[in-house]
Ligand binder design. Structure first.
Ligand SMILES: [Mn+2]
Length: 454
């Protein structure tokens, strides 16, 4: 028995509002399906989030249909569940449409009984649990599954009571599991409870293979008598899902290998990863002055392919023009993230400086003007600095912070799609061209606005 396990395809996802990214997500799915067919698998599992949205566009549906016609023609059945992105509370989802076209078999709870070559049903209260079946050479495997369910639902409906495997069986779910999420990303604070819906022990026992989806990072472990696998998303999800990260150690960059992207071929319940070549995401973290940063980024450039998506995170004590990195790197997509903040002395000693010690008198007045109101008083602040500049300090030309928010880069450090509850890079932060204030305006503008990022 041999099958492919694919998850988190996200067809129709125009990442960073780039339509060609949706085409790349589709290409990855096509490649995965073609490779699975080439491997002569007996069936294919899609563990949720085939679509990025529960209401895919006609174009996205057309793409899904064209790709899923390939296994259909090859006589390879596809079993699927809905994920959090593409499930619907309505009666009919996009999956039902695909099922109606004979392109896949949908597993989970339904109002009516379904019986055919590849589906069978079991009573579950006043509804039915629809399960997949596959027979080959006298051997039979059952594929159980359920669409993405909320933590609240799972608290009241115990999966262990719902799913009872008999014989060789696979369980397909689209959920985050506390212990695994923590293992992958460190301890998850309670405020980010929505990173998981299940605890390990709540997972039904007795399955030979747990075909999971939802976590976008590839991961394999064992559970009870079986193997538990997250194949991860087919394409890179964000800059936390990087191929390589270059971390600045104060003197040079240290490369850190990131995640690989692809899916699993499972033979006799043993998973083997099949890697897909996808667009590289490279994450660069730098904390240096302008001259050093420029020199180091220039050197690093040789290691970065032009088709890469790059996030360059620049930090320093004084702002400088970061738009020059766009010219230096010349990559397909550059997301510049800046954080310029003054060094706060003696914090370790426990004494935080008083505002009078830290801010100049003009800056204090600016803070008084804006308070918590953000940029409502920005004109008054600009005026204040223009006047202050004219009064004393000469104009400075070396301070021009420029921050790029390209599209909707968000919650980058996640391995899945849930937005972190804390603030993150939102679009619309690109600074307006205001009359350039003189004096020392730029650093303070970052301060009165509450700082740039995170
Ligand atoms: Mn997903």
């Amino acid at each position: 028995m041999k099958f492919a396990h694919i998850a988190d395809v996200h067809l129709g996802f125009e990442q960073y509002r780039l339509p060609y990214r949706a085409a790349e997500f589709a290409r990855a799915f096509k490649e995965a399906v073609e490779k699975a067919i080439g491997e002569r698998v007996d069936f294919i599992l899609i563990a949720g989030d085939l679509f990025h949205s529960s209401r895919p566009s006609p174009e996205t549906l057309k793409t899904a249909i064209e790709i899923l016609e390939k296994p259909k023609k090859a006589g390879i059945p596809v079993f699927a569940i809905e994920g959090n992105h593409d499930r619907t509370q309505r009666k009919v989802s996009a999956y039902n449409l695909l099922e109606g076209l004979g392109l896949l078999h949908l597993l989970g709870v339904r109002d009516g009984r379904v019986e055919n070559d590849h589906l069978t049903s079991e009573r579950l209260g006043n509804r039915y649990l629809v399960k997949g079946v596959f027979d080959k050479g006298g051997k039979s495997v059952e594929i159980h599954g359920l669409k993405y369910m909320s933590a609240a639902w799972l608290e009241h409906n115990k999966l262990g009571e719902m799913f009872r495997p008999e014989g060789d069986a696979i369980l397909m779910l689209h959920q985050g599991i506390k212990e695994l999420v923590e293992e992958m990303m460190g301890i998850v604070p309670e405020s980010q409870r929505d990173y998981f819906e299940l605890k390990m022990g709540e997972l039904p026992k007795g399955y030979l293979y747990y075909a999971l989806g939802h976590i976008h990072r590839e991961f394999v472990t064992s559970y009870d008598i079986g193997t538990l696998v997250y194949p991860g998303s087919l394409q890179r999800w964000d800059f936390g899902d990087y191929e390589i990260r270059y971390r600045w150690n104060g003197r040079s960059f240290t490369p850190q290998a990131g995640t690989r992207k692809g899916f699993y071929i499972v033979e006799d319940f043993k998973p083997r990863f099949v890697e897909l070549r996808v667009r590289p995401f490279i994450d660069i973290k730098l904390r240096a002055d302008e001259e050093t940063a420029k020199r180091e980024v220039k050197q690093l450039r040789e290691k970065i392919p032009p088709e890469a998506f790059v996030r360059l995170d620049v930090r320093w004590e004084r702002p400088y023009d970061v738009s020059q990195f766009r010219e230096i790197l010349k990559v397909k997509y550059l997301y510049l993230r800046t954080r310029f903040e003054r060094k706060v002395e003696a914090v370790r000693g426990g004494s935080v400086p008083k505002p009078e010690e830290y801010f100049t008198p003009v800056e204090l007045r600016a803070i008084g003007l804006t308070g918590e109101k953000g940029f409502d008083a920005v004109d008054a602040v600009v005026e204040l600095f223009i006047r202050a500049g004219q009064e004393k300090e000469p104009a400075r030309s070396d301070e021009k912070p420029e921050e790029e928010t390209h599209g909707s880069a968000k919650a980058e450090e996640t391995v899945r799609e849930t937005e972190k509850p804390e603030k993150s890079d939102k679009p619309g932060k690109v600074r307006q061209k205001k009359p350039k204030p003189k004096g020392k305006p730029t650093s303070i503008l970052a301060w009165v606005g509450g700082g740039d990022e995170d």
